[in-house]
Design a protein around this ligand. Structure first.
Ligand SMILES: Cc1cc2nc3c(=O)[nH]c(=O)nc-3n(C[C@H](O)[C@H](O)[C@H](O)COP(=O)(O)O)c2cc1C
Length: 503
């Protein structure tokens, strides 16, 4: 087959050359014929791809279509409620909120209201008259000299390097306007974080970027210098993230520019692999000591940990150790296995890490059972897009939500799934200057601010509809879920609430 096909290309070219001797303008066709012939020859002789070798040219067309299949799929073939990780309906919701445009929908829901897994709010016959809910939460236990009042919605960790300078500036600019916080991600703190003046949650990962010794260890002086700055309101130790728990992190060489490398304290233009494990601790007691040390070095700011839940007994043991030592993190951020990433390992992305909802419930219930509710604030990150997503997580036990990809949609993300290639078409997850210039900071910071404000407005409306006087009155029985054609359960039945007396 391969000989016939490639031979036929050569035959067509020879025929055209012969015809051009008689009809001179036919030489023009060689503008197309020569590249096609070269591509065919390349396919024919290469060893890498069987289909391209056996079907020169058609193999390349097939490859191109495979790589870009999500484009026609998303643009033309999918219904509004299909699409992964996020449906068109979810993206549209963010765009509307970010654009501060039409905040209503015509005709009725496009979602299948009777599909298994569909959740809804159990509203009241008597909606609350007063909709003034306090949507901020104080973070910081008794050991904290500088507690922080956090919005219930903040930007989840995304490092400079995984996202561009303009993306960081727009997120921080939006956060400054609406008074919420941006998590720096594990890539250190760049001027793009400092300059807009928003509140920052400084994340420290296993590679200690931003407070790193030359041999990759933790540098207490460098840490204290940044941690004491006014904009840093809290510090988060990243133990793991949902898309790649236990695998560490990757920054591809193409995105590791000189500027990115400078903030991380590493060599530019190389693949960067953060190790899976921390050098500073390898058991509960050492982790709590490290937290205590960071709190002292930061001048008493809230110190938290972020992890994706794996072995449950380890978390139970952590709570036991907290009670034994009296040392505790000020907050815990739970990230679900369905979380996002700039670049995740093939072995981890689909099958490692507990899902957000079950992990959140477990961590919350264990915190309650150990009498740690007032001591540890619970953050959650996992596909927060709408006000309802926040309300559901709050009902399940979270105090504060993080959004990463929701915020990316507000920045103009089109879910092109190219975050790991430096070819992001929207200038968000690329370091390519010409693409980054396409993201206009002044416009996008307003969109981020609008998205945040309108989403919290949605939360208020839902709390009102549930007839609640206070946000903290929200319970699991305010959400119901369809499990099958004739089966509906309250989340309170699926996840019975525990009390602190059950220790
Ligand atoms: C582009 C990108 C970069 C990320 N970088 C980090 C990071 O540096 N540290 C981290 O803990 N999580 C990181 N995450 C994970 C997010 O913080 C968050 O936990 C996860 O995406 C779930 O939230 P979401 O569903 O709202 O996106 C990143 C996610 C994305 C999409």
């Amino acid at each position: 087959m391969r000989y016939k096909l490639f031979g036929s290309y050569i035959a067509v070219a020879v025929l055209l050359a012969w015809a051009s001797l008689h009809v001179p303008w036919l030489w023009l066709s060689f503008v197309v014929v020569v590249p096609v012939l070269l591509l065919g020859a390349f396919d024919f002789f290469q060893h890498d791809n069987n289909v391209r070798r056996n079907f020169p040219l058609f193999g390349t067309i097939n490859d191109l279509m495979m790589k870009q299949r999500h484009v026609p799929q998303e643009l033309l073939l999918q219904t509004s409620w299909e699409g992964r990780p996020f449906s068109h309906l979810q993206q549209r919701l963010v765009l509307k909120r970010a654009g501060d445009s039409l905040t209503n929908e015509p005709f009725g829901t496009e979602k299948d209201y009777h599909a298994a897994g569909h959740d809804w709010l159990v509203h009241s016959l008597y909606p609350a008259a007063d909709g003034e809910y306090e949507l901020r939460v104080n973070v910081g236990g008794p050991d904290c000299a500088q507690p922080y009042s956090a919005s219930i919605l903040n930007v989840a960790a995304m490092s400079f390097g995984s996202i561009s300078a303009n993306a960081v500036r727009a997120l921080c600019g939006g956060a400054k306007r609406e008074n919420f916080a941006v998590n720096t991600g594990e890539g250190g703190i760049a001027d793009h974080h400092w300059e807009p003046g928003s509140d920052l949650i400084w994340q420290i990962g296993t590679a200690y970027f931003g407070c790193r010794t030359e041999d990759g260890g933790f540098d207490p002086e460098a840490f204290a210098e940044h941690a004491k700055r006014e904009s840093v309101k809290m510090i988060e130790i990243k133990i793991s993230q949902g898309a790649k728990p236990g695998f560490g992190a990757i920054l591809p060489a193409s995105k590791n520019t000189e500027e990115v490398a400078r903030y991380r304290g590493i060599d530019p233009h190389t693949d960067v692999h953060s190790p899976p494990e921390h050098r500073e601790f390898s058991c509960a007691e050492e982790l709590l000591d490290f937290i205590h040390r960071l709190r002292e070095l930061s001048g008493g700011k809230p110190i938290g940990i972020k992890f994706c839940l794996g072995q449950r007994d380890e978390f139970v043991e952590l709570c036991d150790t907290i009670k034994k030592t009296g040392r505790a993190p000020d907050f815990i951020a739970v990230a679900g296995g369905e979380g996002g990433s700039g670049a995740a390992h093939l072995d981890s992305v689909h099958h490692v890490g507990g899902p957000t909802e079950e992990s959140l419930v477990f961590v919350h219930d264990t915190r309650i059972a150990n009498g740690l509710r007032d001591r540890i604030t619970l953050f959650v990150a996992g596909k927060v897009i709408s006000g309802f997503d926040i309300v559901r997580y709050l009902a399940l036990g979270a105090d504060v939500c993080y959004a990463a990809r929701g915020m990316m949609f507000a920045l103009g993300c089109v879910q092109s799934l190219k975050c790991n290639t430096d070819h992001c078409p929207t200038g968000i997850t690329t370091m390519d200057r010409s693409r980054v210039a396409g993201l206009v900071v002044s416009d996008k910071q307003e969109k981020v601010a609008n998205y945040h404000r309108n989403t919290l407005e949605g939360v208020r409306s839902l709390l009102k509809a549930a007839g609640l006087d206070r946000r903290t009155d929200l319970r699991r029985n305010h959400i119901e879920r369809r499990l099958g054609p004739a089966e509906i359960r309250s989340l309170a039945t699926l996840y019975p609430e525990v009390s602190s007396s059950q220790t």
